[in-house]
Design a protein around this ligand. Structure first.
Ligand code: PAF
Length: 279
């Protein structure tokens, strides 16, 4: 595994690697969810790179940028084990030099859901992902469905900016009790960790209702709320039944829908989602 920090180094090393080159962009503190992206990339690409960068511009002023879990040494050992070809740990001062003022904004898709509660978040995500993609020009970029809106935003920006990269969406990896894997799970104490399963329980309750024939968006949202209300440690921020492509909230009957939610368990904000319907 070669390690690059500067743009010059990463460009140089990437040119020496066989195509197709797959990139897995991450913010580090890796877990099985990230590794599933790495393994998928390894199985489909001639060479694989991972970037680790806690991107400051996607965190709001009240968010957890300072506290975001970091352990690059541990991440490096995990990536060595996966036998990736290239690790890039960009330098913030090179990606965002003094006077920086250029941003990528994916308009409507950034507005609802996470975008409504994390102002500027997707501007930061879209900007850094564009910078990572243009720096190393991967043939494929691997993104997790755990951040469903982020995956949709990335797909759109790649299409709109005509970037020659295929976006590969990878399934959510869950703990045995259903909790979606996330670096932020590290914030949970044991009691909160137990309570956090309510996100998956709420999604499952709605998905089961859908499987039994329920098509009303209101009824599906209600199913999720009912389950969340049963967990005293959970404070719901939003529950949504949205069109998986446009991310517009749905009010009538739905055939295919993205069910998603954001919930505080203690101070930790967790998100999860599930798609119901064919396609
Ligand atoms: O999902 C993440 O880890 C980040 O949002 C990403 C895509 C690496 C951009 O910073």
């Amino acid at each position: 595994m070669k390690v690059a920090m500067s743009l010059a180094e990463v460009r140089d090393l990437r040119h020496q690697l066989p195509d197709p080159f797959g990139l897995v962009p991450t913010m580090g503190f890796l877990h099985e969810g990230h590794l599933s992206l790495v393994r998928r990339a390894k199985s489909e690409c001639g060479s694989v790179g991972v970037s680790i960068f806690v991107n400051p511009t996607q965190f709001g002023p009240e968010e957890d940028l300072e506290d975001y879990p970091r352990d690059v040494e541990r991440d490096m050992l995990m990536l060595e084990d996966e036998k990736i070809d290239l690790l890039w740990t960009p330098m913030a001062e090179e990606l965002y030099p003094p006077g920086y003022q250029t941003w990528v904004t994916v308009e409507s898709l950034s507005q609802p859901l996470e975008g409504a509660h994390r102002l500027g978040h997707f501007r930061g995500v879209a900007t850094i992902v564009t910078k990572l993609l243009t720096a190393v020009r991967p043939d494929r970029v691997y993104v997790g469905q755990k951040d469903a809106q982020q995956a949709r935003v990335i797909r759109r920006l790649v299409q709109d900016l005509n970037l020659p990269v295929e976006v590969v969406n990878c399934a959510i990896v869950r703990e045995p009790d259903g909790l979606a894997m996330s670096s932020r799970n590290a914030y949970l104490n044991p009691e909160e960790r137990r309570a956090a399963t309510v996100l998956h329980r709420a999604l499952t309750a709605a998905a089961e209702a859908y499987a039994q024939g329920e098509r009303g968006a209101d009824a599906l949202r209600l199913k999720m709320y009912e389950m969340l209300l049963g967990e005293s440690m959970a404070k719901t921020q939003y529950v949504s039944v949205a069109d998986p492509e446009t991310l517009e909230e749905q009010w009538g009957p739905v055939e295919r829908a993205l069910l998603s939610l954001a919930v505080f368990v203690g101070k930790t904000r967790l998100i999860d989602n599930i798609v119901v319907g064919a396609g």
